[in-house]
Design a protein around this ligand. Structure first.
Ligand code: GAP
Length: 441
């Protein structure tokens, strides 16, 4: 993980939030390359979950919602983690993670195992961030920062269903920020207090829910494989009954083998009709669906694939990281799926003379409306290739002496380092074709 964090910082994928003030724990900013990578992850999700399907539509809800939402959803009463404090070192730990935690005074032991530890009883700590709406800070104006994007979808179920005229089965998808006052955030982007989710609620007829649950579990695992994650680094873990969230009948996690061990990447849950029924009860509004064929009203069941954009970005970074030897020199290479790579191609003049920089600049400007491209003329060509390999740029285009006579360039491929020669006027088509092709490591 240290190697990934260092590379991410050095090359401008991520920076610690408010770094010049000493940083804000567990909050991260995405730099120029990171913002492109994460945007590509979210765009791939949106393309595959919304635009590429005729049974899912999108939505974008506000982060602040009516406080009743969180009463109805059960978050106010039940979205808690058990918290334990140490009276001596003032450390705070999740009671259910204590065996895997380190005592700050004696890191070789778990909290409570060192003779000087003095732990409190566990108490439930609500993970929702509170703020106030309007100028008066009183209990009547308390609002919460949403801890999941899902609730915006449930409360808009009727709005979307009637305006988009969707019929069951259908889904509503949303990406956006969520906030949780995690007791033990950490491991870089893995667990933070502010993060982005990519969630979809798929509404089905009661009785069809098990079938759709199986469908979405398979579909979601394959999504990561299609985007280049090695299959042997992914696995499914069904939840045991005592792990299930208060709303769920079943849940399976897609887990990835992070450097911290196998951990949740995405959860797929059968949320039953819990949320729609509760919102109907608390709001007094009818949230049933009328089936025109059978002439019956029913409350749909919901299958929810819930992913994290930051956690997925971390998994793509970790899985892509590689070190090998190129031309007798060791190189770091990010073997990102070309569709996720922040920059698709870098353009290099071999020499800074003979009109090569001007020619390279013309190629760069011709490609820029079509792809995210970079131009680099600084240093030896080998070093320029390495700089791009390290950020995952799949293609390098070199303008050389021959280009000046026949308008051809070399196209270098990041993974194989193979070079092919082709005319400049074929570059756009060739790159488009290579970027659309299936890719795996
Ligand atoms: N609506 C259901 C829900 O929110 P979740 O398993 O709590 O389920 C879904 O969250 C996904 O959101 C997780 O699989 C993870 O990818 C991401 N996520 C949750 N908490 C996170 C955190 N503190 N930091 C980063 N990502 C988080």
């Amino acid at each position: 993980m240290d190697k990934i964090v260092n590379l991410a910082k050095r090359r401008g994928f991520t920076f610690q939030s408010s770094e010049i003030y000493g940083g804000l724990n567990s909050c991260w900013d995405y730099g120029p390359l990171g913002v492109e990578l994460k945007r590509n992850v979210k765009n791939a999700w949106w393309r595959d979950m919304v635009q590429g399907r005729d049974d899912i539509v999108g939505i974008d809800c506000s982060i602040l919602m009516h406080p009743k939402v969180w009463e109805a959803s059960g978050h106010l009463a039940g979205f808690t983690d058990p918290l334990v404090d140490c009276r001596v070192c003032k450390g705070r730990f999740r009671a259910d993670h204590i065996a895997d935690s380190q005592c700050p005074m004696k890191p070789s032991k778990a909290p409570g195992q060192f003779e000087k530890c003095d732990l409190t009883e566990a108490r439930n700590f609500n993970l929702m961030f509170k703020t106030f709406m309007g100028p008066v800070e009183e209990s009547a104006s308390v609002v919460y920062m949403r801890p999941e994007t899902a609730q915006g979808i449930f409360v808009n179920f009727k709005n979307v269903q009637t305006t988009a005229r969707t019929k069951i089965p259908f889904g509503i998808a949303q990406t956006g920020k969520s906030f949780r006052n995690e007791i033990t955030p950490g491991n870089f982007l893995f667990r933070t207090r502010e993060f982005e989710q990519m969630e979809m609620e798929f509404f089905v007829k009661p009785g069809d829910d098990d079938r759709w649950f199986d469908y979405w579990v398979k579909e979601r695992l394959e999504w990561y494989v299609t985007l280049g994650i090695r299959r042997d680094k992914l696995r499914l873990r069904p939840h045991a009954a005592d792990e299930l969230a208060h709303y769920a009948k079943g849940c399976a996690d897609v887990e990835y083998e992070f450097p911290i061990g196998w951990s949740e990447l995405e959860g797929i849950a059968n949320r039953t009709d819990f949320d729609l029924k509760r919102h109907s009860e608390f709001s007094g509004k009818d949230l049933t669906f009328f089936d025109e064929e059978t002439r019956e009203h029913y409350t749909p069941f919901v299958i929810e694939p819930a992913a994290g954009a930051d956690r997925a970005t971390l998994a793509f970074l970790v899985d892509a990281y590689d070190e090998d030897v190129a031309d007798g020199e060791s190189r770091t290479v990010l073997r990102l799926h070309p569709q996720l790579a922040p920059i698709k191609a870098a353009i290099f003049p071999l020499l800074r003379k003979e009109g090569q920089p001007e020619k390279a600049d013309a190629v760069y400007r011709a490609l820029r409306p079509h792809f995210a491209v970079d131009y680099d003329q600084a240093g030896a060509i080998g070093r320029r290739y390495r700089r791009q390999d390290e950020i995952g740029t799949p293609f390098g285009i070199t303008i050389d002496h021959q280009t000046m006579t026949d308008d051809t360039v070399t196209l270098r491929e990041r993974d194989s380092m193979a070079q092919t020669r082709l005319p400049i006027d074929r570059l756009i088509g060739e790159l488009a074709q290579r970027l659309a092709a299936p890719w795996s490591r």
